[in-house]
Structures are given as structure tokens and as C-alpha cells.
Design a protein around this ligand. Structure first.
Ligand code: PPS
Length: 286
């Protein structure tokens, strides 16, 4: 772990894209009230939001998503890249992503109160997606066997710490009126309705025709063809997409093909215990 990860506020972050300088930049970042940040625990729908939000803002013009990589059009604030993008000069609304916990957000975030879209995904699918990602990315610690990785995942000994803490932290946020909660499963079930809900939240009125156009572009099979979003521009020494593609399967419930009955039962019992005080209706619980 020590070789590949840094420790930041109690969680691991990969050294390839984070440094003490990038984390300091994040801590000192000055938000604007009209900034929009999609926050996710890794593997919960970040790349999807990096496609959807720019298209909502551009009102369906696909130029921005065909000309800028996902990490430039909607950068991670805590990563190196953010420092190099001249974010000060960007016209509003500026779009960002972050994997940080609520408690890790910088001071300005709590003062200025930019809008947040918090995307959640069934943790058994997050586990599954993470397993393949840790295996194909050379800057991540090898996941080992599924049982070994399950130990680490349930214990929060993975990048950005515990899924349970992440979700509980954001669901327990004080200033909830500037946060919209949405799930990966909801987006799979009805992408058009989700896009419409997101646009309403950020104050954009889009025609049905534009919503349909965006939804069509953001369907897994179409998004996978966009080289600005499918990570094909990342050298294979960092990501071995022959092993597993970054846009791997794009479905809800793939855990069923990946966890044994015993592993799923173990996951469920930890989930039940850790989430017992959470008052939120998750789509995957239904
Ligand atoms: S990361 O590394 O945190 O930025 O990863 P993230 O983008 O959050 O999560 C990757 C998973 O999201 C899936 N994905 C999609 N699913 C459905 N539709 C679309 N358009 C889409 N885009 C990305 C991606 O395939 C990863 O999930 P798995 O289960 O591994 O396929």
C-alpha cells in the first residue's frame, strides 16, 4: 500500500494522480456558489456524470464531450490535473467531480455552498467493479482473491476508505437543500427521467428532444465508443484494458455473477450492521 498510495485524512489515495501539493490545492480551493460538483465513492457513476452534466450544460451540444477528456471537462478537484486547468478562468457553471468524504471537503465548500450531486451505487456492485479496476490498473494495489479483496473493502482498506462511511457522511450532510441524491440504479432504470431531474436541480430547462438526445449519447454502449470518455487515451502501462475495460459492463446487479452465496451473505451482514441507523430508502434494498 505504502508504495502506491498516500494517506490523506485517514484514507488511501493513489499516488499516480494525487500528491501533497494537489491535496493542498484542494484544501485551499475557493468555490463559487454556481459551481456544480458530482461526488461519488469510486466506481459509483463518476464517468457517467462526467458525460451527463456537460451535456446538460451545453443543452445537448456534444462538442464538449467529443473534444475534451472526461478528466479535463469535469476534473477531480483533489487530483494533480485540477491545478493545471486554469479553473479560475472557466465560465459558470464550473463542473467538478470529487471522491472525497463529506468530512474531507474544504472550508470554502461549507461557506459558499455550491451544488452537489451525490451518486450512490449498490455496494456489492461497487465492490465488483472495484475488483476488476484494481486488477487492471497498475497504480492500484492488486486486489488478490475475491475473499481477500472483500476483507479490505468491508474494512475500508481501499482507496477513499469505507463505502459505508462515505455514504453515511454524505447522507448526514447538514446543508441538504444544496445536495441532490441519486443512484446508479435509478439512472439504469430510467436515464431520461434522471437527466430531467438533474437538469431541474441545476436550473436548466431542457426540451424532451434534448433530453432524449443526451440519454441516447450517455447509454453505456454509445458512451463506450467515445474515446474522450472510455479511458483509451490512458497508456496501457497504467490501465490494461485487455484485462478488463474501464467501461466494463455497465449494469446493475453484476455482483450476482461475481460473489458466492457465502460472500454475498457476509457482505449483507456487515451492510445490515453498518447501515442500521441510516434512514434512507436505497433502490437496491427494495
Ligand atoms: S471511477 O474510477 O470512480 O471514476 O469509476 P466510475 O466512473 O465511478 O465507475 C465505473 C463504473 O460505471 C460504469 N459506467 C456506466 N454504467 C452504465 N452506463 C454508463 N453510461 C456508464 N458509464 C460508466 C462502468 O462501466 C463501471 O461499472 P462496471 O460495473 O465495472 O461496468
Amino acid at each position: 500500500e505504502a508504495e502506491l498510495y498516500l494517506q490523506y485524512k485517514g484514507v488511501f489515495v493513489p499516488k499516480l494522480v494525487h500528491s501533497p501539493e494537489s491535496l493542498q490545492f484542494f484544501e485551499e480551493f475557493t468555490f463559487r456558489h454556481d459551481d456544480i460538483i458530482a461526488v461519488t465513492y469510486p466506481k459509483s457513476g463518476t464517468t457517467w456524470m462526467q458525460e451527463i452534466l456537460p451535456l446538460i450544460v451545453s443543452e445537448g451540444d456534444i462538442t464538449p464531450v467529443l473534444t475534451l477528456t472526461n478528466w479535463d471537462r469535469m476534473p477531480w478537484l483533489e487530483e494533480h490535473r485540477a491545478k493545471e486547468l486554469n479553473l479560475e478562468q472557466r465560465p459558470p457553471p464550473r463542473l467538478f467531480v470529487s471522491h472525497c468524504h463529506y468530512s474531507m471537503m474544504p472550508e470554502s465548500f461549507f461557506k459558499v455552498k455550491p451544488k452537489v450531486i451525490y451518486v450512490m451505487r449498490n455496494p456489492k456492485d461497487v465492490f465488483t467493479s472495484s475488483y476488476y479496476y484494481y486488477d487492471m490498473a497498475s497504480y492500484m494495489v492488486n486486489p488478490g482473491t475475491k475473499d481477500e479483496f472483500l476483507d479490505k473493502f468491508l474494512d475500508g482498506k481501499v482507496i477513499f476508505g469505507s463505502w459505508f462511511d462515505h455514504v453515511k457522511g454524505w447522507l448526514g450532510a447538514k446543508d441538504q437543500d444544496r445536495i441532490m441524491y441519486i443512484s446508479y440504479e435509478e439512472m439504469i432504470l430510467d436515464l431520461k427521467a434522471s437527466i430531467s431531474k438533474i437538469s431541474l436541480f441545476i436550473g436548466k430547462t431542457l426540451s424532451q428532444e434534448v433530453i432524449e438526445k443526451i440519454a441516447d449519447h450517455c447509454m453505456f454502449k454509445n458512451m463506450k465508443q467515445n474515446k474522450m470518455s472510455n479511458y483509451s487515451l490512458v497508456p496501457s502501462e497504467y490501465m490494461d484494458q485487455k484485462k478488463s475495460e474501464f467501461l466494463r459492463k455497465g449494469i446493475a446487479g453484476d455482483w450476482k455473477n461475481n460473489l458466492t452465496e457465502a460472500q454475498a451473505a457476509r457482505f449483507d451482514s456487515v451492510y445490515k450492521e453498518k447501515m442500521k441507523d441510516v434512514n434512507f430508502k436505497f433502490m437496491w434494498d427494495e
